[in-house]
Design a protein around this ligand. Structure first.
Ligand code: ATP
Ligand code: NCN
Length: 226
């Protein structure tokens, strides 16, 4: 008898300070590659691992809403905003497992830079008990960190076949053949701070919102601590 394949649920977590074209393009290329109809954007509330965002949480959400307004691929999931503690992904995944049961594949999209610093995440070795990680290419310079423990762990969980991946509910890492989108929120914040244009890096309603609310203009912008 054929195995029952359940529709995967796909999440894309981030700080989104602000959401940018790179975020949207990564999701679109993953959706195209896997033929996904929906990707849930999952903004964190209190990032556990980096400088706190410059935009407040309401502004970050408003920018996501503007970015995805006319994009049927995307849905916004605000569940992390309901917790007033650090937004540990493991807590969110445990909650999702309760909601979706143990059999449905849960896919969590991250960039390569996140993968290579995964060992700094809370309970990182347990993450794959709840989801698969779909890893997108980041910029060309990002190299695996020579942390043998993390590298061994990554290698031992790699699944190169997307069909096999979707037969399992969790437990694997898939390196997605996405193009490079050389943009970051740090770059955007720094350009805005120095009064330079970000026309091609942001969806235009997001850019208009940033300008009309004066976000990223006055504060010193720090490089994310990753
Ligand atoms: N251009 C990009 N290409 C591939 N992955 C990306 C890109 N931008 C962000 N990501 C990934 O998306 C997730 C959410 O990213 P985040 O909201 O922190 O954006 P960012 O551009 O990395 O921001 P910052 O510069 O503030 O760190 C992370 O896993 C990150 O690796
Ligand atoms: O759980 C953690 O300890 C943890 C540490 C670093 C990052 N994350 C999550 O990873 C996603 C990408 O994070 P970031 O900082 O690149 O925006 C986002 O959903 C974060 O909440 C989670």
């Amino acid at each position: 008898m054929d195995k029952e394949i359940l529709q995967p649920i796909v999440y894309y977590g981030g700080t989104f300070d602000p959401i940018h074209i790179g975020h949207l393009n990564i999701c679109k290329s993953i959706a195209y590659y896997f033929n996904f109809q929906t990707i849930n954007i999952l903004p964190n509330h209190i990032p556990p691992h980096r400088q706190q965002p410059v935009a407040n949480v309401h502004q970050r959400i408003a920018m996501i809403e503007l970015a995805i307004k006319n994009e049927p691929l995307f849905t916004l999931d605000t569940r992390e905003l309901l917790r007033d503690t650090y937004s540990y992904t493991i807590d969110t995944l445990i909650e999702m497992r309760h909601e979706f049961g143990s059999k449905r594949p849960i896919l969590f999209i991250i960039g390569e830079d996140s993968l290579y610093s995964l060992n700094k995440w809370h309970q990182w070795e347990n993450l794959l008990n709840y989801c698969h990680l779909i890893v997108c290419k980041r910029n060309h310079e990002i190299q695996p960190i020579p942390d043998s423990n993390l590298n061994l762990w990554i290698e031992s969980h790699l699944e190169p076949n997307k069909e096999h991946l979707l037969e399992l509910a969790n437990g694997k890492i898939f390196l997605a053949p996405t193009p490079y989108f050389d943009v970051s929120a740090t770059l955007i914040r720094n350009l805005l701070k120095s009064g330079k244009s970000c026309d091609r890096l942001l969806p235009s309603p997001v850019y208009d919102y940033i300008k009309s609310n004066g976000i990223y203009k006055h504060r010193v912008v720090h490089q994310a601590n990753k």
